[in-house]
Design a protein around this ligand. Sequence first.
Ligand code: FES
Ligand SMILES: [Fe+2]
Length: 391
Amino acid sequence: MTLDQTKAEALREMLAELRRLAALPLERGQTLPPHAYTSPELYEWEVERIFRREWLCVARAEEIPQPGSYLRLDVLGTPLVITRDEEGELHALSRVCRHRFMDLLPPETVPEQGCLKRLTCPYHTWTYRLNGQYAGQLAGAPLMQRVDFDQAGCRLPAHRVEVWNGFVMLNLDPGAAPAAPELHELDLRLSGHNIADWVSVHTQTWEGVPANWKVAVENGSENYHHMGTHAATLEPVLPGRDTEVHECDGRWFTMFTPLSDPERDDTGPGRHPRSDQGPRPGMLIAGIFPQFVLALLPDSAVSIRWLPTGPATHDTRITAMVPPGVPDTPGFEEQMVGIRAQIARIQEEDLVAARGVQRGLASHPAPSNGRFSHLERPLWQFQRYLAERLL
Ligand code: FES
Ligand SMILES: [Fe+2]
């Protein structure tokens, strides 16, 4: 067998294993095999079949707040910029100049976000509009009159964007079905929260996290690990064992962890009745495969977006949000110091898990598949999602 044939055979075997796993009931659910988190072949297949076809959450709309605002993004090696044009419409444009391929907003000299009237290439100053109707059309190219060159036909490719509950969703596939219908039922579950109106108050990015993207997504899709990873931070207030995982199927899931109740009987596992029968406050988690999780608390929310950058690396971007008006209340700055510190601490704890799991996955000989708890239902659902997209 040639090397290519060996790789193709390994991919076929892995997909056959995925088919087997996705057919198991949750009671017999098992993890993916370790190779699924290290294989360059499977990664390429995931990029092709999932990330280049699926709606991806890439930003909050208020990160691009006004006409002229832009946000630079790199998605799977594709340099992009999200712009808001003069009419207030959002666009996801290629950042690759149509002259000689220069990055229009090089990170060496241009901030990640800001405000612009036009996109001017820093190499030979070809200039593009932000306007929606003529998205990215060339507005000017100096010294091109002596050659046969069609300025009007020269534009930056635009990708599809939709705004869902204030989140910017991007799709690299021009033929993809719209995002909204698939998320309609999730909208209903979140309808009491008015997340579209919430405001981002803090965003932080962790680049080059040394773990496969699925390690991060799986970690963010269960609260079972509160009792280990977050034993001193989240577990005392949001005990993982009390999590109620909802029965979902398809692209999204939800689960709810009540805030710990000092009045409860704490002698055994499971949920405990409260003395007053009212609804308990807690954390509602909504996840959208392949790369987004939103954690909603009564007075704040955190969204986490992961983007793979290779078979065993990814970027994590976390945004904290609060209800409208809250940033104007007295003492909010001090509250923000606390929110920022809390996010950094919890993410550091999750990074220990991500790195540690990836080390385990890469070990030789490969360990056999692990087993799921009932609290890991979203991971079981994730396998079925993967099977649907990859097989
Ligand atoms: S590469 Fe952009 S103007 Fe030349
Ligand atoms: Fe965590």
